[in-house]
Ligand binder design. Structure first.
Ligand SMILES: *Cc1c(COP(=O)(O)O)cnc(C)c1O
Length: 373
């Protein structure tokens, strides 16, 4: 038996759409397929404007440019996240300020944000871990009171909601990932969701090398020129064609992932009852998207032994982030004032199980883990 951690799901329509893009003969960005992806994302999430990017990393960089983060400006974020959450702001000279996470959802602990705010704080970047929403009501309230911008790292959050609002559509900006390891994919890929309409015009310009080319193509100006800082953040049409095929199946993909997730969740109820592990927790306000199934075990030794045991049985389980505040670059570029006790503990105890569309062996994996204990 050999069960990979992830297996990218193809809907079957990707090559057909790519062949259409080929036939149209327009391969640069912002053509027919990109526009359709934008429309889909705008209607699905309710964001004001969606813009495809090369990756979620690129969308975060774009957001960092749009929020005018400069040297010494502070950005509050969790330490338990992917490097791009921090890197995007460090590239502008910003300082990531790491705040601890909540023990239940492993999301930024909103009750610890205010203590980390200084005169230099400019933005908050909540990360919706495993597609479970952060407490955005509390976070937006803090942002309002301190006049901060909020960029949701919703890389894992497509098709998930909090109080019926799509993750990524609640802050001033949201960023999505379509990386091969996410639920809906285009190999590499991402999107910036602009929710605050004040930023739309500039977002289009920064994404198009600092030019007003988007306005030119819509006939709003008669020539295009360099008007702001910017870079090339837009993917070509072949990627957008692939992505559209995936977006059109997003509801079905999510449903099938939720099925697998639920099998795990029911399967592990007994072991949780015996206190041998902890299952993921979701607040009632959150509808998640089955991005991930993780377990929290007692300590690093148990986790290492369990990963090894599963490996011997042909099941590829993995751990997750090395907390950024303990990484070499996190120490060099970031800051944290208080102990990140939950973050430190979780980093060593979390184990992710295989989860992909078409996985039929969840009950078998549950049995193996029961045997292990
Ligand atoms: C995957 C991920 C990213 C990076 O996404 P890319 O599209 O690979 O750039 C950023 N943040 C989080 C939380 C992620 O899970």
């Amino acid at each position: 038996m050999s069960i990979p951690f992830n297996k990218p799901y193809m809907t079957g329509k990707e090559l057909w759409y790519i062949s259409q893009a080929h036939h149209r003969g327009m391969l640069a960005g912002d053509g027919h397929f990109t526009r359709q992806c934008h429309t889909w994302l705008e209607s699905q999430t309710g964001c004001h404007k969606a813009l495809l990017t090369h990756s979620c990393t690129a969308a975060l960089e774009l957001a960092a440019l749009l929020t005018d983060i400069g040297p010494g400006d502070e950005v509050i974020m969790p330490s338990y996240t992917f490097v791009s959450t921090a890197n995007a702001f460090v590239l502008r000279g910003g300082v990531p300020v790491f705040v601890d996470i909540r023990p239940d959802t492993l999301n930024l602990d909103e009750t610890k944000i205010e203590a980390a705010i200084t005169d230099r704080t400019r933005a908050i970047v909540p990360v919706h871990y495993a597609g479970v929403g952060c407490d955005m009501e509390a976070i937006m309230d803090i942002a309002d009171r301190y006049d901060l911008l909020v960029i949701e790292d919703a890389a894992q959050g497509l098709m998930a909601t909090r109080n019926d609002k799509a993750l990524g559509s609640i802050g001033h900006f949201g960023t999505l990932s379509f990386h091969e390891t996410k639920n809906v994919i285009s190999g590499e890929g991402g999107a910036l969701l602009v929710n605050d309409e004040r930023f739309v015009e500039r977002a289009e310009i920064v994404r198009e090398k600092g030019t007003n080319r988007s306005q030119f193509f819509r006939g709003q100006v008669d020539k295009y020129t360099w008007i702001d800082v910017g870079s090339s953040y837009l993917p070509g049409e072949l990627i957008a064609a692939f992505l559209l095929a995936q977006l059109e199946e997003a509801t079905e993909i999510t449903r099938r992932r939720l099925d697998v997730w639920q099998q795990y969740h029911e399967g592990f109820e007994g072991l949780e009852g015996k206190g041998l592990l902890r299952r993921p927790k979701r607040p009632a306000e959150c509808q998640h998207n089955a991005h991930m199934y993780y377990l929290l075990v007692e300590n690093l030794d148990v986790r290492t032994a369990l990963i090894q045991y599963l490996k011997e049985k042909g099941v590829h389980a993995v751990f997750h982030y090395v907390p950024l505040h303990s990484s070499p670059a996190g120490i060099r570029y970031g800051r944290f004032d208080n102990d990140l006790l939950v973050t430190d503990a979780i980093g060593d105890r979390l184990l992710r199980l295989p989860l992909f569309v078409g996985l039929e062996d969840a009950p078998l994996i549950v049995d193996l883990i029961e045997n292990f204990f």
